[in-house]
Design a protein around this ligand. Structure first.
Ligand code: FPP
Length: 244
């Protein structure tokens, strides 16, 4: 029997790091690592549906990734297109709703069109919302939100955390409960810097292509044991006698 996870995070976000090192350690080109990472993503999406995670956000291409060699950038664009061509029907069948966060404008118009079609096709699915962060940067997202707030003539006293949240690419999506980073790097890398203010972090040295269902389950089990305090006190501390 499969052991139940006691407290499943509603929203998991993942920095899928280590594809390049995974490939290089096998004497393969970096793109082979991204392809292996894409296959693994498929397994983790299925695991999210099985474990009851409702939102999954993946960092697939950052605003800084344009600085990588042309071949790698083109390869990642091709992977996005290929995933839509090959996986969309199955994802739709599984009840996955596809969303995009980031700026679509800089992508090839053909890819933009495919992304928009995939979003439209899956918009009523509700088993899992898959947010694909592609050409995404946290600072860029905040700049974009500020520009829209100013354009909308919002009075300064009406600018609240709640309002800012409604101007972000993730509007309508709850903040991530758990952010996972594979490959051991201890950096935020411009990922969900507003939304992650109180997320729990889980970092593992495992490279993304090897981060399988068992590893994912271990991350969720670790999360289930965390005491989330949001800057306050835990229930146990609150019940203790207080001394001034
Ligand atoms: C970071 O590893 C990974 C990326 C920049 C790309 C992640 C993309 C995928 C897994 C493909 C899935 C894509 C879509 C569109 C669904 P790295 O290359 O920085 O690894 P390294 O630090 O070992 O060099």
């Amino acid at each position: 029997m499969v052991k139940k996870i006691s407290s499943v995070p509603t929203h998991v976000a993942i920095i899928m790091d280590g594809n390049g090192r995974w490939a290089l350690s096998r004497g393969l080109p970096r793109l082979a690592g991204h392809r292996a990472g894409t296959e693994n993503l498929r397994r983790i999406i299925t695991a999210c549906v099985e474990f009851g995670v409702k939102y999954l956000t993946i960092y697939a291409f950052s605003t800084e990734n344009w600085g990588r060699p042309r071949e790698e950038v083109d390869g990642l664009m091709h992977i996005l297109e290929d995933v839509i061509d090959r996986e969309l029907a199955e994802l739709h069948k599984e009840g996955v709703q596809l969303r995009h966060i980031g700026r679509l404008e800089r992508l090839d118009p053909k890819i933009q069109e495919k992304v928009l079609e995939a979003i439209e096709l899956t918009k009523d699915n509700d088993r899992l919302v898959l947010n694909v962060a592609f050409n995404y940067g946290g600072r860029d997202e905040i700049i974009c939100a500020i520009q829209k707030i100013i354009r909308d003539d919002v009075a300064p006293e009406n600018v609240t955390a709640d309002l800012v949240g409604r101007y972000l690419f993730t509007a309508g999506v709850p903040d991530p409960d758990l952010i996972i980073r594979t490959s051991g790097e201890l950096r935020v890398s411009n990922f969900l810097i507003w939304q992650g203010a109180y997320s729990e972090w889980y970092v593992t040295s495992t490279y993304w292509p090897d981060f399988d269902k068992d590893a994912f389950r271990k991350a969720l089990d670790t999360y289930a044991r965390r005491d989330r305090r949001y800057g306050g006190l835990s229930k146990i501390d609150e019940d203790k006698p207080q001394h001034a």
